[in-house]
Design a protein. Structure first.
Length: 760
């Protein structure tokens, strides 16, 4: 993707009023009347959900997101690299039209690819569950299937057919159960289905033995009069092999399945505490295999890889509980190798600790190709500074030092936006690049969307930045999570000079934090003092939910908020100096400038979270988050979005609709009274996104949806920050891959069309 929007003429309109900028922060006043009108791609390295080397040496890479940048080119969630490491741009271009965002790929004969797509159980008219592509990336017109349901796994058979397994598979009105066999043209092999008979449960994994027999792994499988099985064997015709009696404990669900060269099945079983079991050809446990590990085995990935190596060893991940590797244990390994007898192979030298290992494949030369969450490898030149999710391991587990790694980028995360003097935009969050240029978590963009490289180089901040505020003198305050120290995150609060260098005159107290503490809001008062909300401790151990610092970063002892167990989540300073506080779990309250409760404000009680606040010029207040309030004592029912009168009473003229934004993160008011709402998605009772998929909506002044905004033009991912420009145009930041065009995490939307005058 490139910055394709043309930068049009700028105008000099004054900022009419402040709107919120995500997490309850009001947008910073613009010192210069000129404002940028250009977005940019905010990127970070992308991990992969699968990496597969094909017979010709080329590699196919899949990501868990719908769009990627590979070698600075847009690709449709997956890419193919040629054997020499060059991106196959022609294939990617064709694959974008043939199979957008596949879930898994398998090699077919003749250089073709089987592509497993997502579920269409609740959308039978949606894209096919399974496609076959030609070697050049075009769709194979000789294959077509109309099966629907949820497809978990596929197994290409040696005779050209393919097995598909999952949940609720059907073709038209014909119920196929949990397993079906498709011929080379995509039609259902009815002979296989008839021989299989009634088949229930959920199919998780499939494998084929040398004689053609098929192993089916799943949960609560029922076939041939046998119930609650985890592993069964079928003949190539689909008949149930009654002689195979593999038993697993019902408390240890089957997670992965493979077959060794001697045809012995191996399973990885258990969610959380897990184990590896090997069976004899009869299905009985193999007495020659006793798993003996030097660490506890936990599995947190729903689809962990499991590989039987050619030399008899077995390779599998060992994700730590909650995905956090115990770094204080030097013997812990995230990738385990056991010998043929089940004893851990301590000579296997993989030392990295990625939380997830998504795919494993043994290459013909004995090396192992792994897809993981992002890791920096000190001994790999291409991954020493930039983390990678792809690595080639030698047979002893050591990463190849001179391997060529692809450059994959996904959308970074934008959490806060602010305008800056001299026609610039500040972007804060968690990212590593703006377009093709390196930038870490805080960046300043020129009006044409290009990066201010000098500023960004000086502002290289590690961590996850949550808030940014520009002071009237051009200095900026930044807060969030800093870099991890001893496996614990540290709260970050710093001030930078206009050129991006550190401001040594600002010396805030050292804020300590644990997993439950953070700075949830950062607001600058007109007098230069700094308001903080969240949960943190000062030196000495005293805990705070609200804190005010002087312009030099010292604790302002004159600010005495009421002692409360409430967790402050959002702040808004009103023109008269009073402070609105959105808290958890029970109220919105207003404080006087010295911190005391304002008795003239009617506090709103609710259940849930208030994450963002915004104010109209006339003093009315917008409240957003994920909450439920009212519905009793004459107070109307309020859900996720409400408008209050200046006194705190509910504005009964505002009627928020039920729309697809589930967790409101940001609000912005337009000059004409309309408003923008941004957040994460709303899901239906089955956990699926509800259409339209935009996470930003525009509402009319009374709260109803604005029919002049097409949700299809909105972002396809979460929105964390909104920033209204003087003419009503909008910047939105979050984590998404497109709006009306491909765009990573930062987009500019034009002003809303003028409202038509009311008919007389």
């Amino acid at each position: 993707m490139s910055f394709s929007l043309l930068f049009s003429a700028l105008w000099q309109l004054p900022l009419l009023f402040l709107s919120s900028c995500g997490h309850g922060e009001p947008a910073t006043a613009i010192l210069s009347p000129l404002v940028p009108r250009q977005g940019a791609d905010i990127c970070q390295p992308a991990s992969v959900s699968q990496v597969l080397q094909l017979s010709d040496g080329s590699r196919v890479l899949l990501s868990g997101i719908g769009s990627l940048r590979a070698e600075n080119r847009e690709v449709p969630g997956w890419a193919r690299y040629q054997a020499d490491g060059q991106l196959d741009t022609a294939f990617c271009r064709r694959a974008a039209r043939s199979a957008f965002h596949p879930q898994e790929v398998y090699e077919a004969s003749g250089g073709k690819l089987w592509v497993r797509m997502g579920s269409n159980r609740f959308d039978p008219a949606g894209p096919p569950l399974l496609k076959r592509l030609n070697a050049d990336g075009t769709a194979d017109a000789s294959f077509s299937t109309t099966i629907t349901g949820e497809l978990n796994t596929c197994l290409p058979l040696r005779d050209g057919r393919i097995l598909v397994g999952g949940t609720y598979l059907s073709e038209g009105k014909q119920v196929l159960g949990r397993l079906a066999c498709l011929r080379a043209d995509g039609s259902v092999d009815t002979g296989f289905t008839t021989a299989l008979g009634a088949f229930e449960g959920v199919v998780i994994a499939l494998a084929q033995q040398r004689n053609g027999d098929i192993l089916v792994g799943g949960r609560r499988l029922s076939v041939g009069g046998k119930v609650d099985l985890s592993l069964i064997r079928l003949r190539l015709s689909g008949q149930f092999d009654t002689g195979f009696q593999a038993l697993l404990s019902p408390t240890m669900p089957l997670m992965a399945l493979t077959v060794q060269a001697d045809d012995k099945p191996v399973v990885l079983a258990g969610m959380g505490a897990a184990t590896v079991v090997r069976f004899l050809p009869s299905g009985a446990p193999d007495p020659a295999f006793q798993l003996r590990l030097r660490q506890a085995l936990y599995i947190t990935n729903n689809r962990p890889p499991l590989v039987a190596l050619a030399d008899g060893r077995i390779l599998f991940p060992a994700h730590a509980q909650r995905g956090l590797p115990p770094t204080n244990d030097p013997t812990w390994r995230s990738l385990l190798c056991v010998q043929s007898n089940g004893e851990q192979d301590t000579t296997f030298q993989y030392r990295a600790l990625p939380p997830y290992i998504s795919s494993l494949q043994q290459l013909p030369d004995g090396r192992v190709l792994a897809g993981t969450s992002l890791v920096r490898y000190a001994g790999v030149s291409a991954a020493r500074l930039t983390p990678t999710g792809i690595v080639v391991l030698q047979p002893n587990g050591a990463p190849e030092s001179d391997q060529r790694l692809p450059k994959l980028q996904g959308p970074g995360t934008v959490r806060a936006l602010a305008t800056y003097p001299h026609n610039q935009l500040l972007v804060a969050g968690s990212f590593s690049a703006v377009g093709d240029q390196e930038a870490h978590n805080l960046a300043r963009l020129h009006s044409d969307g290009t990066l201010d490289t000098a500023f960004t180089r000086r502002c290289n901040l590690e961590g996850d930045l949550q808030h940014v505020v520009v002071q009237p003198d051009g200095r900026l305050l930044v807060a969030g999570w800093g870099s991890r120290v001893n496996n614990s995150s540290q709260l970050l609060l710093v001030r930078r000079l206009p050129d991006g260098s550190p401001d040594t005159t600002f010396a805030p107290p050292l804020l300590t934090a644990d997993a439950y503490q953070s700075i949830t809001a950062l607001v600058l008062q007109p007098d230069g003092k700094v308001l903080l909300a969240g949960q943190f401790r000062l030196p000495g151990g005293k805990e705070h939910t609200l804190l005010r610092l002087t312009a030099l970063g010292k604790v302002d002892l004159s600010f005495q908020p009421p002692v409360s167990t409430e967790s402050a989540r959002s702040l808004l300073v009103q023109p008269d100096g009073k402070i609105l506080v959105g808290s958890y779990p029970s109220l919105v309250r207003r404080l006087l400038p010295d911190g005391r409760l304002d008795p003239t404000f009617q506090s709103l009680r609710y259940s849930g979270l208030v994450t963002t606040l915004a104010q109209y010029p006339d003093g009315r207040i917008l409240v957003g988050g994920q909450f439920s309030a009212g519905g009793f004592q004459g107070i109307p029912q309020l859900t996720d979005l409400a408008r209050l009168l200046p006194t705190g009473k509910t504005d009964t003229t505002f009627h928020a609709p039920s729309f697809q934004v589930r967790y409101i993160q940001a609000l912005a008011v337009l000059p004409d009274g309309r408003l923008w709402v941004g957040g994460s998605d709303r899901r239906d009772s089955q956990g699926n996104n509800t259409a339209p998929f935009s996470r930003a909506v525009r509402l009319l002044s009374h709260g109803r949806l604005d029919p002049s905004f097409d949700p299809a033009l909105g972002p396809d991912g979460d929105v964390n920050a909104l920033l209204v420009l003087p003419d009503g145009a909008l910047f939105l930041g979050g984590q998404f891959t497109r709006t009306s065009r491909p765009q990573f995490s930062l987009a500019w939307l034009p002003p809303a069309p003028a409202k038509k005058p009311a008919k007389r």
